[in-house]
Design a protein around this ligand. Structure first.
Ligand code: UTP
Length: 296
């Protein structure tokens, strides 16, 4: 679809990757959880690849005290490239160079990890006065699904902001931000948002997942909101305020999502993505079947 001339096209992706990753300690003591390998790539590379597929090749990563491995991963490694070249290992050389050539990656420090809202606010100067996408660095969307593209289309059509939602079992809603909505189907109008509500106070079973296309108006709200749940500046609280001044839509995602910030979901992600691979899938699934047969 074409973008109305009065609306800026989204070109920038912001990837918050400055969280403490406490659920994954001690693995995340000295390295961000976004660098955990999912099969043979760090989680964050899947997220950058998704942004680039959707046409967003200007990527700003919001990092914390452990930013070094993230920067190194998207930078050249001349020594490694020379060694692979000398060995004639062109496949691995291409894989190493691919991470460098993917996108223009910029970095900004969050300072203290004071919450997702605080991390997004750190992107204000780089983003300027344009709508932009936010992709959480530990949340993977399968590359056969096209959630971000759909969200960008909705934002181009409706303006305002767009949030990805997913139906979750009612007992799990308290683990997420939760949306009250009008309408049904894949695109809904959001009328209210609440961060991690108790099960009996959840307005629906629609959970916020880690993809957003936001209007730059969110920065002014983020500058004024108080700390919310858990003493953190919550992006959900800012978006709840934004609803009063501009349209906020939800795209209900029914595809494949992998939450690599949670240990069990991380393990499932590795197994599922490896099982889908041509090189690893057949031997892995054969072994899994056999191994499960030996379990009580
Ligand atoms: P999470 O809610 O998973 O928090 O953040 P966390 O602190 O990283 O992990 P746990 O709960 O302690 O295990 C969701 C996303 O927002 C980023 C994280 O890096 C992750 O990609 N984030 C979170 C920040 O960039 N800054 C923050 O202050 C908080």
């Amino acid at each position: 679809m074409t973008t109305p001339p009065d609306r800026a096209r989204v070109t920038k992706a912001v990837i918050p990757a400055a969280g403490l990753g406490t659920r994954f300690l001690p693995a995340t003591k000295a390295s961000p959880k976004e660098m955990l390998p999912v099969v043979d790539k760090p989680a964050i590379q899947y997220v950058v690849e998704e942004a680039v597929r959707a046409g967003l090749s200007d990527v700003l990563m919001v990092t914390g005290r452990n930013k070094r491995p993230l920067e190194d991963h998207f930078d050249r490694n001349v020594e490694l490239e020379t060694a692979l070249e000398a060995k004639g290992d062109t496949a691995r050389l291409a894989a190493v160079q691919h991470a460098t050539d993917l996108a223009t990656v910029h970095y900004v420090r969050q300072g203290d990890a004071l919450g997702l809202g605080h991390a997004v606010l750190a992107a204000a100067q780089h983003v300027g006065d344009e709508p932009f996408a936010v992709l959480l660095g530990d949340d993977l969307i399968d590359d056969r699904d096209h959630l971000l593209e759909q969200m960008l289309d909705v934002q181009a059509r409706e303006g305002g902001s767009v949030i990805a939602l997913m139906e979750v079992p009612p007992e799990s809603v308290s683990l997420y931000g939760c949306a009250a909505v009008e309408g049904s189907g894949d695109v809904v109008r959001i009328t209210g948002l609440v961060e991690k509500p108790p099960v009996d106070q959840a307005p629906s079973n629609l959970a916020i997942i880690g993809r957003y296309v936001l209007s730059p108006a969110v920065f002014d709200v983020l500058r004024t909101i108080p700390r919310g749940r858990g003493g953190e500046y919550q992006l959900t609280d800012a978006l709840q305020e934004l609803i009063a001044t501009e349209p906020v839509h939800g795209v209900v995602f029914r595809g494949r999502r992998y939450d690599t910030g949670d240990r069990l979901d991380y393990l499932k992600a590795v197994v599922q993505l490896a099982a889908d691979r041509e090189d690893l899938g057949p031997p892995l699934t054969a072994w899994l079947r056999e191994w499960l047969g030996t379990r009580p």
